[in-house]
Design a protein around this ligand. Structure first.
Ligand code: PEP
Ligand code: MG
Length: 590
């Protein structure tokens, strides 16, 4: 990359996916509220209206395409939502009003769509009739679709750009990150998001460096700007000088060398300095990560996030055979270790709400995880059938997300049993006693872990959500990232209770949240009694190296002490010092 000698600028955000990326910026705006107003010359207006008409066609085609698929998969009732959307686009008044605005105000089509939708939306909101008032949502969706067609999110143009691309965006959904990240993209800089948001989890799965928490960065960057980003430190450098560029190229080679050296631990067992065996498992989100389980020496799959299979095929649902083929491959690959496959954790921010035909003001506290399974069991049936079938080929465990009550477990179990009976009647090979476990990621579930432990075969603690829900801190919100505290003593106490409850009931317990790959927190988790940790495969060699140098007996004492503090900052300061001393003494002993 040739450097540009604009003034060099250094920004610092949250480093959420490690690695150094060097490339050229491509700016992407996805938040439709931020639509800019461009004044146009009189002679440009005809072309602009034509552009708007083409966008209407494209949006209508897209909506009808989605409607047909949804109708096939989920029936007419849901498809009717899309029908309503397409009617808006055929409404002559709506279309005329936007075209009129382009001409009268001499503005770009995006602005005219945005303003018109706002104006009409306010009129709908003021209506007495419930039905009409609710049409405001449809209008919003249609405007969004129109804006997308007009702006044509630049991904189709990325391939035309020479060299490596650093995407600079206001907000990316996990599926945006997935679609973009498989192209020429070498890194992400995103205004919003935290360490455990699903978009950053996808960046890590794609092994792409990423930085979030830089509000306003889009206004500081222009397409084609040369950019360096360091996902470990959270540094973004715009217009680097030749020296800085050379320095970062050197650092990048050093890190690659360091990671290669760590790979030498892959064949070693995850045994602590005092001989306690641990199991470091892999979290897998995407099919391309499957070979990483072995490559990085993970002891099986501790979490397969199956919803990404759905997100990639959306709005179609994967078939039973799609699920079965993949799960069978996973379970055969991980033998003799288990593969823990989680049923779709859809809802929250991981599914377009229109597919569910519900609008939720606060979807993270809404119809997600097992709640959605129980509300729409038919949608999950092919997946559950496939889990039973694939389990006959290896050590497959099924896991349910976002459990908050005992009744949910009972209802899920009875639904699963009815599916096993159906397979039995059909004479299809399956494993009848498929182990069924739950994610512990809701505080109230953690606090009844002793009761839940009698009803399930295993626990996996989802600290990403458990922290979010116990501290009332949105895991995606960079403004409260400081409050997202994995070392909060309240959380540690909850972990201790869950771990003790599992041990007393004789069931397996692991942690599959991002804290398991945190070099500071992982030893504490072992000290609290965990022997199974599941993390991004790339993190396994580093965490293994760290834990091999420590003694469980000492970690238990350290953890006990941590439980007595009142603040995360106290735990943090104590932990750093204690682990430093422990590492020193272990290295002198061995
Ligand atoms: C968690 O909540 O910790 C977890 C592993 O699940 P997800 O990140 O997919 O919500
Ligand atoms: Mg979760």
């Amino acid at each position: 990359m040739a450097t540009q000698h604009g003034p060099m600028q250094e920004l610092t955000g949250l480093g959420v996916s490690s690695g150094i990326a060097i490339g050229r910026a491509v700016c992407i705006e996805t938040r439709t509220e931020e639509v800019y107003r461009f004044p146009l010359a009189a002679e440009e207006l005809d072309a602009e209206v034509e552009r708007f008409e083409r966008a209407i066609e494209a949006a209508r085609d897209e909506i009808l395409r989605v409607r047909d698929k949804v109708e096939k998969q989920m029936g007419d009732e849901l498809a009717a939502v899309f029908e309503a959307h397409s009617l808006f686009l055929q409404d002559a008044t709506f279309v005329r009003r936007i075209a009129g605005r382009i001409r009268e105000e001499q503005v770009n089509a995006e602005w005219a769509v945005y303003r018109t939708a706002e104006e009409l939306g306010e009129q709908f909101a003021a209506m007495e009739d419930d039905y009409l008032r609710e049409r405001r949502e449809d209008l919003r969706d249609v405007a969004h679709q129109l804006l997308r067609s007009l702006q044509g999110i630049s991904h189709h143009q990325l391939s035309e750009i020479e060299g490596d691309v650093v995407v600079v965006a206001d907000l990316l959904t996990p599926s945006d990150a997935l679609r973009l990240g498989r192209g020429k993209v070498v890194g992400f800089v995103i205004e919003t998001g935290g360490k455990t948001s699903h978009t950053t989890i996808i960046a890590r799965s794609l092994k792409l460096p990423a930085i979030t928490g830089l509000p306003g960065v889009l206004s500081q960057v222009t397409d084609e700007d040369p950019v360096i980003l360091d996902g470990e430190t959270g540094t973004v450098i715009l217009h680097p000088t030749d020296e800085v560029l050379a320095d970062y190229r050197r650092r990048r080679s050093d890190r690659i060398r360091r990671d290669r050296e760590l790979m030498s631990t892959c064949a070693l067992s995850a045994r602590t300095a005092d001989g306690v065996e641990l199991e470091l498992m892999a979290n897998i989100d995407l099919p391309e990560e499957v070979p990483d389980v072995r490559r990085y020496g993970a002891a099986g799959i501790g979490l397969y996030r199956s919803e990404f299979l759905y997100i990639e095929k959306s709005p179609e649902l994967p078939s039973e055979e799609d699920h079965y083929r993949l799960y069978r491959q996973l379970v055969e690959l991980t033998a003799p270790h288990p593969a823990i496959i989680r049923t779709y954790d859809l809802g929250g921010r991981k599914l377009a709400s229109k597919l569910l035909n519900v609008h939720e003001e606060n979807p993270v506290l809404g119809l997600r995880g097992v709640r959605l399974t129980l509300a729409q069991p038919e949608v999950f049936k092919p997946q559950i059938r496939a889990l039973y079938r694939a389990a006959s080929h290896g050590d497959l465990w099924a896991m349910i997300p976002l459990v908050s009550t005992l009744e949910e477990v009972e209802r899920f179990r009875s639904y699963a049993t009815s599916i096993a009976e159906e397979l039995q009647r059909e004479g299809i090979e399956h494993r009848r006693d498929l182990p069924i476990g739950i994610m512990i990621e809701v505080p109230c579930a953690a606090l009844i872990a002793d009761r839940l432990a009698r009803e399930v075969d295993f626990f996996s603690i989802g600290t990403n959500d458990l922290i979010q829900y116990s501290l009332a801190v949105d895991r995606n919100n960079e403004h409260v990232a400081d409050l997202y505290q994995p070392l909060h003593p309240g959380l540690l106490r909850m972990l201790r209770f869950v771990i003790d409850s599992a041990r007393d009931a004789g069931i397996s317990v692991s942690v599959c949240g991002e804290v398991a790959s945190d070099i500071r927190v992982a030893p504490l988790l072992v000290g609290l009694g965990l022997r199974r940790l599941s993390m991004s495969p790339r993190a396994v060699p580093r965490i293994k190296t760290r834990l091999r140098g420590l003694r469980v007996s000492d970690l238990e004492e350290i953890a006990q002490r941590c439980l007595e503090f009142g603040a995360a900052s106290e735990v943090s300061a104590y932990l750093d010092q204690a682990l430093l001393n422990e590492a020193r003494s272990s290295s002198t002993v061995s």
